[in-house]
Design a protein around this ligand. Sequence first.
Ligand code: GLV
Length: 309
Amino acid sequence: MAIAVVRNDNMTDVWKDALRAQAPDVPVYGPGEDFRESDIKMAAVWKHPPGSLKTYPNLLGIQGLGAGVDFIFEDTEIREDLPIMRVVDPYLASDMAEFVLAVATGMLKRLQYYKYNESLSLWKPKTYQRFKEVTVGIMGLGKLGLAVAQSLESAGFSVVGWTRNSLPKVRFEVFRGSAERTRFLKRSEILVCLLPLTPGTRGILNRDVFKTLPKGARLINVARGPLLEDGDLLYALDQGMLSEACLDVFHTEPLPQDHPFWKHPAVHITPHIASVSDPKSVAPQIISNYRKLIKGAVPENIVSRSAGY
Ligand code: GLV
């Protein structure tokens, strides 16, 4: 009985080490190692090659190694009866909250503008805004969205939220469903997207949304690239509907060299680093889920196949 770690990046060994340190009695393997595929009971995955998990005939569950599990649902060759789990971790939430606060701060204080001017040796002061003068709209009020809202509020921003489903108990104003979306957007001077990627949310950041935001609004997308219609964003920036966008996630990652976002002066790019699962912090929940699967118990943080997250 064992765990297989399957990732598309160079972090497989770091995850294997963290899982082994957490549970020296549990065999943990990665692709290329010598093990019996029939021994694998749990696959711990991040953007695994679609179809690759079929080689493990005795899987009891699939553990995503991040908050978002869209890439697992996109693998149509995964058995329907297998539970799929995601990561819920305090660092994942607090890292995201710190990142969005930093980006929003940089926007109001125009840090990207001055960095660019510095490259031209240009001394050109511009006005700035205070936190309390600005309303941030958060789309998606799951664990990360709520952590972001809380940190922005504590810093002094006004916050409004939008959720498609249940209304969380919070002090700030929350709008719900498509009926209340326009009212939410009209308030959002900075729009932060933290929605899961599902068939229902794909392309949700589009021209209609940008046109409804206050003129010159700003966008922060830290969720998934395909939530955004790239062409609509470029149009909205060029028409002055939006003044700038900070994007951490993209349809294709790494962002292709010839993508127009790279050269656009109002698009600021980070390489999907807003909040990254910390193997040491996350390892205990993965081992605990593995032990539950082996015992026939229900693991934690199972996602819903019908909701897609
Ligand atoms: C990061 O993108 C995650 O889903 O955890």
